[in-house]
Design a protein around this ligand. Sequence first.
Ligand code: F2R
Ligand code: MG
Ligand code: MG
Length: 315
Amino acid sequence: MIDHKDRFIGSLLGTCIGDILGAPVEGYSGDEISASFGQVDRFIPSSRGYGCYTDDTQMTIALALSIIRCGEVDPEDCARSYAQLYESGRGYGWGASLILKSLKKGADYRQTGRSQFRQGSFANGGAMRIAPVGLVYRDKEDNDLRRAVYNAIMCTHVHPEGIDGAVLQASAVGLMTKIEDKHRFDPEVFLKVLFNVAQTEVFKTRIKALEEILDLSIPDRDAISILGNGVKASQSVPCALLATIRYYKRPEDAIIKAVGFGGDTDTIGAMTGAQIGALHGSGWIPAHWFDNIENNKYGRDDIINIAGRLSDITV
Ligand code: F2R
Ligand code: MG
Ligand code: MG
């Protein structure tokens, strides 16, 4: 049986590893990745350095720190935490970057979610960072989880699709923490629960598509052409779910496959890593990944420590 604390560690390290693996090929198609690298099964040096993570992990850490500080999700503190950790070189989305800079200067976190896009951002910046909420609120009713997710992302993401994507990712992570025997994870049941959690038509349609894809066993590249793999939450969250339902038995492979889908690779990798780590804990992580994760302030050892403190919280 996987220990409760180790699932938190696995989920946050899984986020970080998926992010690091995917970042150098973000924006490549699956075919371009195959042609250039075969499989991305090792860290590739990038302009940020070797083993360095991006906004996906930085915002996940900021959210986890805020929950530890407040004992729950507090929207104002979350916004402050994202702004405090923000570093421009971490590959942030254009809108998110402007919002975080404005928050740093004192903008009202209740207004910033609509400051760049009138309906809010439909991208995956809420979903990519939401694992800590899924872990801590795993036993809560759907409405309570949804409220916590909204509070955690409202300063940057208020579009219904951006929110639904984050709720589904948090639910997926939370559900994984409750699978006592990893060999008994049932992808069909998992998708059914998520279908009922989804509130937008686009996500309901994509989850139905995932159910059909699972039945038909069609190749990954055909599945990706149905789902899409871009920055929209409605594309990238279903892709992460696809990697999980197809490859959950082999955690290392699940993340490699997720990155190989192409498109928003760091984010699809990070979200798959968060789900897979919540199921398998951290024992599966190969040394050549673990040893090479950046390890200065808020690097690998701090992430493990933060995950441990997060696992002590009861909401
Ligand atoms: N930004 C990136 N990658 C760009 C390249 C980085 C470079 N290679 C590097 O390594 O430095 N990745 C990160 O951003 C995504 C998460 O984005 P987030 O936080 O949701 O940001 P934002 O700005 O809200 O949305 C991103 C873009 O989506 C489009 N968009 C969103 N909502 C829209 C709307 N309502 N109408 C029109 N367009 C909308 C815009 O183009 C935004 O710029 C992750 O991939 C993360 O890794
Ligand atoms: Mg990123
Ligand atoms: Mg990305």
